[in-house]
Design a protein around this ligand. Structure first.
Ligand code: NAD
Ligand code: IPM
Ligand code: MN
Length: 362
């Protein structure tokens, strides 16, 4: 029978709490749909630093390489933010993983469940019958990775500077634009490309390339939006968006906004994929130090990331849909973690939400 090898990297903060639920759900789904999962756990981020002195130990990287994909929790927290950059969970583990596995494309599907329309901070007449926005975020370029980066000058002096380089190659923009356009062809055929072409040279190239690539997709409607305007338009007319094509930094920022539009940071899953079938699947949100260790984090983003993993790496569409349907069902049944709680609903913790989803899958 089919045997899938997964590296499970729970990370820090709420990571291990929500990961536990996600893997329980994966176990149930694998039995139901007839595939075996060989899940091997390893430390990453702050947890790995505390244990071994490195946020990304060689053994963790090797495990990822020996696996079909990585299921990732989240990394970081106040405990590690004063370490030198290369030892920090984010810059020493997550970003290197994205680069190492060439995960150039980050998909963040944000949809409003009908029953959660009230959890969206926008007015009911704006939310209407909901929206469904897929952000396609470039993930291995931009100011995140552009060189040079660094600090210069006498430490503590007024002249001391810190700098990063925003940079995109034609190749990188074309590759992510095609991905977004292909995705839009299977959806509502509308793309908004996000840039800051009134200020940034990187964005001028971005816009130029996007305008070239769109010629191969005559059925699509394309609009260009400056990122500041996009931040505002998303609040004004979320239902009119379909696919958001974003450079790395702007995509990072706008997807937190998209997450909150769906009701909570704890609802947004993500797939970071390479060419081919390898991917890293993780919630869009972070380690949530403010609620970590309390058993109250919303596990839905992590569980929905499992669905994306089954869809994109393993092509188990039925199993992916079953997880998504179960999440929808428990929301319709009124189960709510604290972040999306509304009066009259059944308040559950992280494990309670996992239990409800497993029951819904049966
Ligand atoms: P965050 O996403 O961790 O938290 C922002 C807010 O959303 C908090 O109020 C938090 O409680 C809430 N939230 C997030 N996930 C939730 C969930 N599942 N259920 C309920 N509420 C949830 O962002 P932050 O506070 O800016 O960052 C905390 C740490 O996480 C930082 O170290 C940051 O670098 C890191 N981070 C990691 C990742 C990742 O590993 N992919 C992503 C984002 C941030
Ligand atoms: C995300 C996170 C990361 C990013 C950080 C933790 C490096 O915010 O996945 O959205 O900025 O990409
Ligand atoms: Mn982010």
């Amino acid at each position: 029978s089919k045997n899938y090898k997964i590296a499970v990297l729970p990370g820090d903060g709420i990571g291990p709490e929500v990961m536990k639920e996600a893997v329980r759900v994966l176990d149930v789904v694998s039995k139901k749909f007839g595939f075996d999962v060989n899940a091997e756990w390893a430390n990453v981020g702050g947890a790995a630093y505390d244990e071994s002195g490195s946020p990304l130990p060689e053994s963790t990287l090797k495990l990822g390489e020996a696996s079909d994909c990585i299921l990732f929790g989240s990394v970081g927290g106040p405990k590690w933010e004063h370490l030198p950059p290369n030892l920090q969970p984010e810059r020493g583990a997550l970003l290197p993983l994205r680069k190492h596995f060439k995960l150039f494309c980050n998909l963040r599907p944000a949809r409003v469940y009908k029953e959660l329309a009230g959890a969206c901070p926008l007015r009911a007449d704006i939310v209407g019958d909901g929206f469904n926005i897929l952000t396609v975020r470039e993930l291995t370029g931009d100011v995140y990775f552009g060189q040079p980066k660094g600090r210069e000058g006498v430490p503590g002096s007024k002249e001391e500077i810190g700098f990063d380089t925003m940079k995109y190659s034609r190749y990188e923009v074309e590759r992510i634009a095609r991905f977004a356009f292909d995705a839009a062809m299977l959806r509502n055929k509308k793309v908004a490309s996000i840039d800051k072409a009134n200020v940034l040279t990187t964005s001028v190239l971005w816009r130029e390339v996007v305008n070239e690539v769109i010629k191969d997709y005559p059925e699509l409607t394309l609009e260009h939006l400056y990122v500041d305007n996009a931040a505002m338009q998303l609040l004004k007319r979320p239902r009119e968006f379909d696919v958001l094509l974003c450079p790395n930094l702007f995509g990072d920022i706008l997807t937190d906004e998209c997450a909150m539009l769906t009701g909570s940071m704890g609802l947004l899953p993500s797939a970071s994929i390479a060419e081919g079938s390898f991917g890293l699947y993780e919630p869009a949100g972070g380690s949530a130090p403010d609620i970590a260790g309390k058993g109250i984090a919303n596990p839905l983003a992590q569980i929905l990331s499992v669905a994306l993993m089954l869809r994109y790496t393993f092509k188990e569409e039925e199993a992916a849909k079953a997880i998504e349907a179960a999440c929808e069902k428990v929301i319709a049944q009124g189960y709510r973690t604290g972040d999306i709680y509304q009066e009259g609903c059944t308040k559950v913790g992280t494990t309670g939400m996992g239990d409800a989803i497993i029951k819904a899958l049966a």
